[in-house]
Design a protein around this ligand. Structure first.
Ligand SMILES: Cc1ncc(COP(=O)(O)O)c(C=O)c1O
Length: 333
């Protein structure tokens, strides 16, 4: 028999696919497909990891409530672990969250509280401050992926070793989006410990801090922090879960480029990813195009476009002025 004891035993060991149609250049480009995880995103890895670390440390005990500010994917990772382990989960989310993610969280029994997206992160109405208030008022456990070492730790323990083994240690570049920074940082630490020559390139939306911070060594003025439409990456401050010492460069991507890339990837490789995946794969190809034929660039697609069908359609894209992405993904040059 080949039986798993629960759904989370299917976590990880996601496939890596060569992108020889999306990128026809000399250097090899491959993507690790994280929507093969049981909750269909990279964040399944950290949900269970943060919960089990808290249990080990005595911070989370039977009967307690978990509260987390999340753009949705971490919420689902936590929700799956909470169901299996018997915890109640409250997710606070910004109003940018897709309807699909809210429905998914509620389907798993989580309570979702929507908070305004257009307020500063220290505003009491922001999704992080609301989560902190619930922690204080209800004595809930707040994993706080932005400050939790088990977030990058999960990628150091699992994603990094998987990438090393899948590429037989041959990769030369690791390119990934930066949200909390957990994925890029944990993987980068593991890979650089194996081969310090591996170059690590972050992917950040226009109007986020990571690219700016790397170039200037300090935070941008608040008026330069814009709203962008790429889900799951970018930040307005540099959290502890981002380890800048392991990052060699950061590529900045605008909304139109990220959304166009989603459809170009779907129509060349039949791989349908979300907007953070669109941004990452575009940036990885830009990196690959500048490298010699013996280079090997690996990127990671955090989740699937199916999670955003309420956005990845004519009506929503037109409202946002992004409909060219759907009709006219750029041809390979
Ligand atoms: C869709 C999506 N892409 C990318 C990321 C970025 O991953 P990380 O937080 O590990 O930097 C996230 C994280 O929230 C995400 O939800």
């Amino acid at each position: 028999m080949d039986l798993r004891n629960d759904i989370l035993e299917t976590l990880g060991n996601t496939p890596m696919v060569r992108l020889s149609r999306y990128h026809r250049g000399g250097a090899l480009l491959a993507a690790k497909l994280e929507f093969f995880n049981p909750g269909a995103s990279v964040k399944d890895r950290i949900g269970i990891a943060m919960i089990e670390a808290a249990e080990r440390e005595g911070l989370l005990r039977p009967g307690m409530t978990i509260v987390e500010p999340t753009s949705g994917n971490t919420g689902l990772g936590l929700a799956m672990a909470a169901v299996l382990k018997g915890y109640k989960l409250i997710c606070t989310a910004s109003s940018k969250i897709s309807k699909e993610k809210v429905a998914l969280l509620e389907a798993h029994g989580a309570q979702v509280i929507i908070c305004p997206v257009d307020v500063a992160s220290d505003d009491p109405r922001s999704y992080t401050k609301v989560a902190e208030r619930i922690r204080d008022e209800q004595g809930a456990f707040l994993p706080y992926q932005y400050f939790n070492p088990a977030n990058p730790g999960a990628h150091y323990e699992t994603t990094g070793p998987e990438i090393w083994e899948q590429t037989d240690g041959q990769l030369t570049h690791w390119v990934a989006g930066i949200g909390t920074g957990g994925t890029i940082s944990g993987v980068a630490k593991y890979l650089k410990e194996r081969n310090p020559a591996i170059q690590v390139v972050g992917v950040d939306p226009v109007g986020s801090v990571y690219g700016f911070f790397l170039r200037h060594g300090h935070m941008p003025p608040p008026e330069e922090l814009g709203l962008y439409l790429i889900d799951g990456i970018g930040q307005s401050y540099v959290p502890d879960s981002y380890w800048p010492d392991y990052i060699d460069d950061v590529v900045t991507v605008d909304d139109a480029t990220a959304y166009r890339s989603i459809f170009e990837l779907a129509r060349t490789e039949a791989i349908f990813t979300g907007s953070s995946g669109g941004a990452a794969v575009w940036a990885a190809r830009e990196v690959a195009r500048r490298l010699p034929d013996d280079a090997f660039v690996v990127t990671l697609l955090p989740d699937s476009g199916e999670r955003y069908l309420s956005k990845l359609n004519e009506e929503w894209l037109s409202q946002k002025g992004l409909d060219a992405a759907l009709h006219d993904p750029p041809a390979q040059d």
